[in-house]
Write a new protein. Structure first.
Length: 310
């Protein structure tokens, strides 16, 4: 039931994320994996604008090539809008325009950010007035990273990554992202990890109940990038490197040019380099750009999906 609605466009901005730490448990009967991850929302955003309409539709623009994205009901933003409409009993539809800046299939949760922003935008557009908890429950149905895109900040994710607890982070952390010109399939990277574990190619076997190392939480609390650089870890990294061997050279290049550490974000192929400060980020950005890499400087933590005014 709608409470109040608006004919104006609603503009919501949601952030991409970097996984600072990712431990992946063994594959479950349902084909999914239990994970323990530390997320940080970073200042690379998706902008979603929503207008009232009779149908559900989505269009894309932005700084990246969006020509390969589906615009039918398989699109995650459309799924988010339809899920909210069904849940709240909204009779109409919505026209979505999404300005994308987070790499597609890049391990940074761009599609999840679109879905989270769509939930917030449609909730405001249709006046459904869902509680934060209700929105998070819908987000979890859409995908493991969608609840985090709603909340932002820094958080620990368990289960499929959708059970969140906030993590205290002081100060700001600076990252230089090396964005690949190709994507990696998240299910494909997980399959490669499972294959490596079965064939004993992985460095370590799967843990039954993965947890985030306490060193990560201590470094975040201290606001210390040097401490954090020693605690970065991603079980999916070796699998991503196996599928895209060129990422190894990018990691080496960044660390040779002053990064404290580099890590493949999530299932990749975006490589995130942690640096001391904004000045170090600019120096690294220049060095990696000279090597013909597509790089962007971001900082975190930043807010989750929120309505933009003006």
């Amino acid at each position: 039931m709608t409470i109040a609605a608006t004919d104006e466009a609603v503009h919501v901005r949601a952030p991409g994320k970097v996984n600072l730490f990712m431990r992946v448990g063994s594959v479950q009967a349902d084909g999914y994996h239990d994970v323990a991850t530390a997320y940080q929302a970073v200042s690379l955003y998706e902008d979603v604008r929503a207008w009232p309409d009779d149908e559900f539709s989505v269009g894309f623009g932005g700084s990246i090539d969006t020509s390969g994205l589906p615009v039918d009901s398989s699109n995650l933003a459309i799924k988010a809008a339809k899920l909210l409409a069904r849940t709240a009993g909204v009779p109409g539809g919505v026209r979505l325009e999404i300005e994308k800046h987070v790499p597609i299939a890049g391990g940074m949760g761009g599609g999840s950010a679109d879905a989270a922003a769509t939930l917030v935008a449609c909730d405001a557009l249709w006046g459904t007035a869902l509680s934060k908890e209700e929105l998070h429950a819908l987000a979890a149905k859409l995908g493991a990273d969608v609840p985090f895109a709603l909340s932002g900040g820094t958080a620990i994710g368990t289960g499929r990554g959708d059970r969140l607890s906030p993590a205290l982070a002081t100060g700001s952390f600076h990252w230089v992202l090396a964005v690949a010109e190709f994507g990696l399939s998240t299910p494909g990277v997980y399959r490669e990890l499972d294959r490596r574990r079965e064939e004993r190619l992985a460095f370590a076997p799967a843990e039954r109940s993965p947890v985030v190392d306490s060193a990560v939480l201590q470094a975040l609390r201290a606001g210390d990038p040097r401490l954090l650089s020693g605690a970065l870890h991603n079980d999916l990294q070796a699998a991503a490197l196996g599928l895209a061997p060129g990422l190894g050279g990018i990691l080496e290049l960044g660390e040779a040019h002053g990064a404290l550490a580099g890590i493949v974000s999530g299932s990749g192929p975006t490589v995130a380099f942690l640096v001391d400060d904004a000045e170090s980020a600019i120096e690294l950005q220049v060095a990696l750009s000279a090597a013909r890499l597509n790089v962007v400087h971001v900082h975190g933590p930043v807010h989750g999906a929120r309505i933009m005014h003006g």
